[in-house]
Write a protein that binds this ligand. Structure first.
Ligand code: GDP
Length: 179
């Protein structure tokens, strides 16, 4: 079974309230993360028709701070489908309602997995690609999956070959192994 990207697109607009600010008066990053997680869940559930869990999150860069009173819009769509996994891409923009100025705050890519009632993975519909943009996003997802695999392999090599002396010379750390 296959579904178009458009069938599961989700948009969410939220007005930023003072209760969501951190100590410096900007919107708390954790609050934005929870909105990202909600929309990723909604989009993946819509595509799969199943309950979905977050498996991993790729790149959440907070490019620009979000201010109180701004209208934040999150747009999510399916970029890639595996057997039971989906990559949901999300673009976050904040609009200053008075000036109409819109800024790009964040783009994130969530890997979501579809589950049945017992918590077992279930197959999801494939995605039907209908535009160059959608094809580009599918390609980028494949690249990102490959890069993540490489990163994992690379991380274990670093662990095996880098000694404590090398680490403490290069980084701001004191290594004091007592256990
Ligand atoms: P891109 O991934 O290079 O296209 O970077 P963007 O920052 O433009 O968008 C990030 C992700 O948000 C995309 O990969 C899409 O999955 C999603 N997205 C972007 N624009 C839209 C939109 O207009 N509607 C919906 N539903 N999702 C969007």
């Amino acid at each position: 079974m296959f579904k178009t990207v458009a069938e599961s697109e989700v948009t969410l607009s939220v007005l930023m309230l003072p209760s969501h600010t951190n100590f410096s008066g900007k919107i708390h990053g954790g609050y934005v993360l929870s909105l990202l997680d909600q929309i990723a869940f909604a989009c993946a559930s819509k595509h799969s028709g199943a309950y979905c869990v977050t498996a991993s999150v790729d790149t959440v860069d907070f490019l620009k701070p979000i201010e109180v009173g701004e209208l934040v819009t999150l747009k999510a769509s399916i970029n890639f489908t595996g057997n039971s996994s989906m990559i949901v891409g999300i673009r976050v923009e904040a609009e200053n309602i008075q000036t109409g100025n819109v800024k790009h705050c964040n783009s994130s890519y969530f890997t979501m997995v579809a589950k049945d009632d017992k918590g077992n993975n279930v197959d999801v519909p494939g995605v039907i690609i209908r535009s160059d943009k959608e094809l580009q996003r599918f390609h980028k997802s494949i690249k990102r999956i490959e890069l993540r695999k490489e990163r994992k392999a690379h991380a274990s090599t670093v662990h095996l070959t880098t000694g404590p002396d090398d680490i403490s010379k290069k980084y701001k750390v004191k290594i004091n192994l007592t256990d």
